[in-house]
Ligand binder design. Structure first.
Ligand SMILES: Nc1ncnc2c1ncn2[C@@H]1O[C@H](COP(=O)(O)OP(=O)(O)O)[C@@H](O)[C@H]1O
Ligand code: SF4
Ligand SMILES: [Mg+2]
Length: 408
């Protein structure tokens, strides 16, 4: 793997609460390869958003704490860098689309005002003394302090032209009119497009998209995914795609990290993960997906039990209270990530041009786990890559004491 653009190493973070300090992300490590999409998947509350906010240096203060770990962006550790550097990194190096566009956009400001702010903060690099957040909270504070959005008529015209261009790039029709509207006047898909425009205002190298399609209906969801894919390919951006939807992961990601209760359960190239899930939790997630060939009225598979409370986590494996394979060792010893790829196995992530292919459907069949480990290298003609990339060793890791038993 080429030198990753972002490397997160043993990230541990949490919150001071009334019940004392609670660690919610526990030793998470991952790398993002330039131009690729890393999926962060796991059920609600497993620490996906908190991990992303820690990367952005935006954990809610004063409660949120990064206890330890390194967040290396192009080799520079963001976890220990100055606030000034982070202001430049946010927005201009790493942009984020926040969960829930309706709450991330400020409802009392027009779209144009919020987009102007984003363009001033990240676009020109002129005004760097505010947290560069593509969302309403920071913008609202700024406006309440009475700062001017522009100093002259010509500056306003320039900002308007750039804002119109941004909205056109994310496929918003009649952008001049939209700039004058308030968020509640836009549809859900339109609001999400505005959030994307704001996150991209500083031309970031990495875009973190936190559940960008969760609140949308499936048709709009597909449109937003298409838009993100187009933007990514046009700009050669790296993406971290946070979702709890495995169908979206199959469609969109190159590599996947499965998180459970603040830790990584499994990581693998996307095709490998669906063909050969090794962690009982990943298997449970994949087996819970509805399948086209399932007879009607067949109940869906579910994972029994619930995620333990943060204050009541088991000492060893956090999945042990729900796992059919758990034994005494699982309750005592924390499993660490280890390689579970077959020696010599090669594989490649998704084909970026497969829009018409049934790639998403392919992984939905968990019963194919007997297939050859060595996936066929796929078409790699995507931005930044050579015409004929070498097949690479599969990097497949799992944190489970008994994965071999499951693989047998
Ligand atoms: N400000 C906060 N104070 C205390 N706990 C929090 C705070 N924000 C998030 N958490 C807890 O951290 C855990 C992880 O949350 P989050 O990262 O948002 O999950 P998700 O995987 O759904 O994105 C959850 O249990 C959540 O309750
Ligand atoms: S270590 Fe593996 S087998 Fe044991 S409880 Fe955890 S997931 Fe199940
Ligand atoms: Mg979240």
């Amino acid at each position: 793997m080429a030198e990753p653009i972002l490397r997160v190493d043993n990230l541990c973070c949490g919150f001071h609460t009334e019940d004392g300090y609670i660690r919610v992300v526990d030793g998470v490590s991952f790398e993002c390869e330039a131009g690729k999409t890393l999926g962060l998947v796991g059920e609600s509350g497993c620490g996906k958003t908190v991990s992303a906010l820690a990367v952005m240096g935006l954990l809610p203060q004063p409660a949120g704490v990064v206890e330890e770990g390194r967040i290396l962006f192009r080799g520079e550790d963001l976890a220990s860098t100055s606030h000034e550097t982070m202001r430049v990194v946010r927005g201009q190096k790493i942009g984020m689309i926040f969960q829930e566009p309706m709450t991330a956009l400020n409802p009392v400001h027009r779209v144009g005002k919020q987009l102007f702010e984003a363009l001033r903060l990240y676009g020109s690099g002129r005004d760097q003394d505010e947290p560069a957040v593509a969302g309403g909270a920071a913008l609202g504070r700024r406006n309440r302090r009475g700062r001017r959005l522009y100093e002259s008529r010509s500056e306003k015209d320039e900002l308007t032209a750039r804002a119109v261009e941004q909205l056109e790039q994310v496929g918003i029709p009649d952008p001049v009119r939209r700039l004058r509207e308030y968020p509640h006047q836009l549809s859900g898909g339109m609001r999400q497009r505005v959030m994307i425009a704001m996150a991209l205002a500083g031309q970031p190298d990495i875009l973190i998209a936190d559940e960008p399609t969760t609140a949308l209906d499936v048709t709009v969801q597909a449109q937003i995914l298409d838009l993100l894919r187009e933007l990514q390919q046009a700009r050669g951006m790296t993406m971290i795609f946070i979702t709890h939807d495995l169908g979206v992961v199959a469609e969109f990601c190159d590599e996947v990290l499965v998180m459970y209760a603040g830790r990584i359960a499994e990581r693998a190239p996307v095709g490998q993960l669906f063909k050969m899930p090794r962690h009982p939790y990943t298997r449970g997630l994949i087996e819970s997906l509805p399948r086209m060939d399932t007879p009607s009225r067949t109940p869906l598979n579910t994972i029994e039990g619930v995620v333990p409370k943060l204050t009541e986590m088991p000492a060893g494996c956090r999945f042990s209270n729900r796992c059919a394979y758990a034994d005494e060792r699982c309750g005592r010893e924390v499993p660490v990530l280890e390689s579970c790829a077959q020696p010599g196995a090669v594989g490649e992530p998704r084909d970026p041009k497969r829009s018409g292919e049934a790639q998403a459907a392919e992984p939905r069949d968990p019963k194919r786990s007997g297939e050859a480990e060595a996936a066929e290298p796929r078409d790699l003609k995507r931005s930044g890559e050579g015409e004929a990339a070498e097949p690479r060793a599969v990097r497949h890791e799992v944190a489970c004491h008994h994965w071999q038993r499951l693989a047998a």
